[in-house]
Design a protein around this ligand. Structure first.
Ligand SMILES: *[C@@H]1O[C@H](CO)[C@@H](O)[C@H](O)[C@H]1NC(C)=O
Ligand SMILES: *[C@@H]1O[C@H](CO)[C@@H](O)[C@H](O)[C@H]1NC(C)=O
Ligand SMILES: *[C@@H]1O[C@H](CO)[C@@H](O)[C@H](O)[C@H]1NC(C)=O
Ligand SMILES: *[C@@H]1O[C@H](CO)[C@@H](O)[C@H](O)[C@H]1NC(C)=O
Length: 264
């Protein structure tokens, strides 16, 4: 700002004094208008979504769970997520080259969970952030017939439209919920609270997360240990943690919702 003013003064030396004052006043006016403009824009984006600004992401941040900067509000975040989900090239790959390969790997994960009695053919199941629904198809193939997915963009009949920050289901609906998109949650607290709300008591939640590797540019948070997860799952107990090789995600975390609500 000062340099700008200085340069204006220097240039002004060579022109008549009336013009000089006019120029200086113009520069100040311009500065004033542009500052006001920026201020009102900031105010506008801060008030667009009261829910998101009040449940500010900073609240969820801890040493081992960092919310990424760069999402000015919830709408900007949704736009960015949609950008990846709607990318025609990616969608083509997901439904062709990736389809069988991913279903095979997911089926192995789910078979293993069945052997451990964490999942059964009769489990009413949800896959959160399922995109085109490979996980849902895998659940059905291993015998879990009552399975559905949610994503911002539906992919019928396997995936219905739904935001994991606000699941379109009643309380106590599912026996089993799976997700490998925890890193996409802008509000991890809401992501987990919604899982615990829609899980039946004794229901099981499986998360595949990355602990030793960073997510992609669409990630909204970075997780460095499972400690923050255990904290967020307030109504559940941690059943187990194991290493997996799941499309860049290295850790499988299992929670079970407690039978009775603990009052604190
Ligand atoms: C505001 O953000 C919340 C998530 O915290 C979301 O559920 C809600 O739909 C958003 N509202 C609008 C108008 O974008
Ligand atoms: C998505 O992002 C790319 C660049 O990263 C941009 O060129 C494109 O217009 C965006 N598409 C949508 C639908 O926002
Ligand atoms: C579960 O479903 C699969 C696939 O249909 C079937 O092979 C298996 O026998 C069923 N398991 C039980 C315990 O019914
Ligand atoms: C659903 O669960 C939430 C908390 O998990 C609770 O606040 C709400 O009152 C419940 N709604 C109904 C209809 O029971």
């Amino acid at each position: 700002m000062f340099v700008h003013f200085h340069a204006t003064m220097k240039a002004a030396k060579t022109i008549p004094s009336v013009l000089k004052y006019f120029l200086i006043i113009s520069v100040y006016l311009l500065l004033f208008v542009s500052l006001q403009n920026r201020r009102s824009k900031t105010l506008l984006s801060a008030t667009t979504n009261h829910t998101s600004s009040s449940s500010s992401s900073a609240v969820d941040s801890s040493d081992d769970l960092k919310i990424r900067h760069g999402y000015t509000n919830y709408d900007a975040y949704i736009q960015r997520q949609l950008n990846k989900t709607l990318n025609p090239k990616l969608r083509k790959i997901w439904t062709t080259r990736d389809w069988d390969r991913k279903i095979k790997v997911f089926s192995r994960f789910f078979d293993e969970l069945k052997r451990e009695n964490l999942l059964s053919n009769s489990s009413k199941s949800l896959s959160i952030g399922a995109r085109v629904g490979q996980e849902v198809e895998a659940l059905k193939r291993v015998g879990v017939t009552d399975a559905i997915g949610i994503d911002l963009v539906p992919f019928p009949p396997l995936v219905v439209k739904g935001d994991f920050h606000n699941q379109p289901f009643h309380n106590d609906t599912f026996d089993f919920e799976f997700s490998n998109v925890f890193d996409h949650a802008l509000y991890p607290k809401k992501f987990v609270a919604e899982i615990e709300r829609t899980l039946k008591p004794d229901g099981v939640c499986i998360l595949h997360v990355a602990l030793s590797r960073r997510g992609d540019k669409y990630s909204a948070n970075d997780l460095y240990s499972i400690k923050p997860l255990s904290k967020l799952f307030r109504r559940s107990e941690l059943v187990r943690v194991r290493k997996v090789d799941g499309f860049g995600l290295d850790t499988e975390v299992v929670f079970r919702k407690k039978e009775t609500i603990q009052r604190s």
